[in-house]
Design a protein around this ligand. Structure first.
Ligand code: ATP
Ligand code: MG
Length: 176
């Protein structure tokens, strides 16, 4: 028998903490000498603090932003959004099947599926085709049934309160 079976972990729901929890898991894995790749599929236009922080942990932990960043729900996905997500999935599938990293985080990939940038089938296929022993974390609101079904651990982050609803803007160091 080769290494232990890798786990599929899903951080979903409308509450805050899905991406930051995945970053916490990255820190924990890195502390045990594991290599981590985090691909961020859809992100706001701000440079998120984790990018700079993670540079100090390279090459053990790597973060790459894939795709164009902010997707405008009013206009829908552009060609660049589509090709960015596709390229991100290719990078993800490559890392998962090669097994060069023991933890692969696909941040906001669930949103990429919900926006129609990627099909749920191809995401499930890429995760299922991973090397034994590779753990995967997928994040994003409203995880589809097929993703929940494939997962070992699913946590729903539930909003109880968020100052955004009181008109407080996103804060540097907390939201990005
Ligand atoms: P975080 O990145 O803080 O862990 P998240 O990954 O759970 O949050 P996303 O749904 O990816 O949240 O939202 C992206 C941005 O919106 C982040 O800057 C996040 O902090 C912020 N955010 C998260 N939840 C809420 C909420 N309920 N209301 C308003 N803004 C939110
Ligand atoms: Mg997030």
């Amino acid at each position: 028998m080769s290494a232990r079976a890798g786990l599929v972990i899903v951080n979903t729901g409308d509450g805050k903490g899905k991406t930051t929890a995945a970053l916490g898991a990255a820190m924990r894995a890195a502390g045990h000498g594991r290599r981590v790749l985090m691909l961020q599929f859809i992100k706001g236009e701000w440079e998120s603090g984790e990018h700079d922080a993670v540079h100090k942990l390279e090459p053990r932990v790597q973060i790459r932003r894939v795709g164009k960043g902010f997707l405008d729900p009013a206009t829908g996905p552009t060609k660049e959004d589509m090709s960015g997500a596709r390229e991100g999935l290719e990078q993800a599938a490559g890392a998962l099947s090669e097994g060069t990293c023991e933890l692969v985080i696909l941040d906001e990939i669930i949103n990429a599926v919900n926006y129609g940038l990627l099909s749920v089938e191809e995401v499930v296929e890429a995760v299922r085709s991973r090397r034994p022993g590779v753990d995967v974390i997928l994040t994003g609101r409203d995880a589809p049934a097929q993703i929940i079904e494939m997962a070992d651990t699913v946590t729903e982050f539930k909003e109880v309160k968020h100052p955004f609803t009181e008109g407080v803007k996103a804060r540097k160091g907390i939201e990005f």
